[in-house]
Ligand binder design. Structure first.
Ligand SMILES: [Fe+2]
Length: 388
């Protein structure tokens, strides 16, 4: 538990149904964002989310540009293209619209266009605090929490290294949290992003870097996910459930951004880098197993998680509540048909030959040091094998 923490959050959080309509007034309030570049992807264009935003900007007489070339697992090359588009059009700010990838790309363009353009200069453990251009984040997936965090993940295209950058520079200036934008999410993405959110809550709460502030965010994050995850999975149009999960994602982002992620995220990232498992899904694959592994080292904390999620009764012993947490997490992944690593379609020989590298990459991210139970490289390999 940290005694003193510096909390870093966006200047504006516009939260609630229909919040996206407040975009012009947010732009006005920021002041220095007069000509934004919308950073998004082709799916957002196809399903009409980009048109929703540009209609608002047209009505308000705000000129803008559109960069729709972001990809899942954004790369340094995509960021370079975005910086070129920013300069060509003389834009002074970014609107990141979409899932974590477009928002991270917008954050990267905003910071790197004003500082070093070499992603390797942002490699941890260095923290980067020099701010860049204003960023307005508009999430459409309710998962990563990137709209409020001082993290972003960029892949180096040449080496496929996934760099998890940290620093106050990466906190967006504003975030618009509008659950109506998540209604189009299919069940698979709904489940995976919600389980990513849940992982943020749990890891922030058990992390060695936790604080009283992050605890509050984390507990409410877990409460909301457990209340609404199944409803949203079974009925994508359940607006109340969507609203709960959207707020949970933001709270989870605030929690881990001001505490830390731990072993689950550390082991999840190599699965994304090497085998292109989407971020939420790789966390979901690992969540129950690694929680089981870590349980005994912080039984009271995990028991709190279990009670917050309604899996254990208030008067259950910590041991019983902890066991109920693990079985509850296995239950979620079963109900929501989370595939195992093998079921995802990765080739066994390729997976086996990557185990040592994945374990090394997980350790070098630094996040396992915050986990309640420290894992050796051999234990990490074993956990990957169990999750296979
Ligand atoms: Fe995550």
């Amino acid at each position: 538990m940290q005694d003193s923490v510096r909390v870093c959050v966006p200047r504006f959080l516009q939260i609630g149904r229909g919040s996206v309509s407040k975009l012009p007034s947010i732009i006005e309030a920021i002041g220095s964002a007069r000509r934004p570049l919308i950073v998004t992807d082709k799916v957002m264009v196809a399903i009409g989310h980009v048109a929703r935003v540009t209609d608002l900007l047209d009505e308000a007489g705000i000129s803008y540009g559109i960069f729709d070339e972001t990809t899942p697992d954004p790369t340094d090359i995509a960021v370079q293209r975005g910086i070129a588009a920013l300069r060509e059009g003389g834009f002074d700010s970014l609107i990141g619209l979409g899932g974590g990838s477009p928002i991270d790309t917008a954050k990267a363009i905003a910071v790197m266009s004003q500082n070093s353009e070499n992603i390797l200069d942002y490699r941890p453990p260095s923290q980067f605090n020099n701010s860049g251009l204003p960023v307005i984040a508009i999430p459409t997936t309710a998962g990563t929490g990137s709209e409020v965090t001082h993290h972003m993940v960029i892949v180096v295209e040449a080496t496929q290294e996934k760099i998890s950058c940290r620093g106050e520079a990466f906190v967006p200036t504003a975030a618009i949290i509008d659950c109506e934008l998540t209604l189009s999410k299919p069940p698979r993405i709904t489940a995976d992003t919600a389980l990513d959110t849940l992982t943020h809550g749990i890891e922030a709460y058990v992390s060695e870097k936790r604080s009283l502030f992050s605890d509050r965010m984390a507990l409410d994050c877990m409460r909301l996910v457990s209340k609404f995850i199944e409803r949203a999975y079974h009925d994508g149009g359940d607006i109340e459930a969507r609203e709960g999960l959207m707020l949970a994602a933001t709270l989870g982002g605030l929690a881990f951004s001001n505490s830390s992620i731990c072993l689950i995220h550390a082991m999840s990232r190599p699965l994304g880098a090497l085998f292109h498992v989407p971020h939420g899904l790789s966390n979901a694959m690992l969540l129950p197993k690694i929680t089981e592994f870590s349980l005994s080292s912080s039984i009271e904390r995990y028991a709190d998680c279990s009670r917050a999620m309604g899996l254990a009764a208030e008067d259950d012993s910590a041991e019983l509540a902890g066991r109920k947490l693990v079985s509850g997490l296995f239950c979620y992944t079963e109900i929501m048909k989370v595939p195992s690593i093998s079921e995802f379609g990765i080739r066994k020989e390729e997976f086996d030959s990557s185990l040592d590298q994945m374990a090394k990459d997980a350790i070098s991210s630094g996040a396992p040091r915050n986990n309640p139970r420290l894992a050796t490289q051999a234990e990490i390999v074993e956990l990957y094998q169990q999750a296979w």
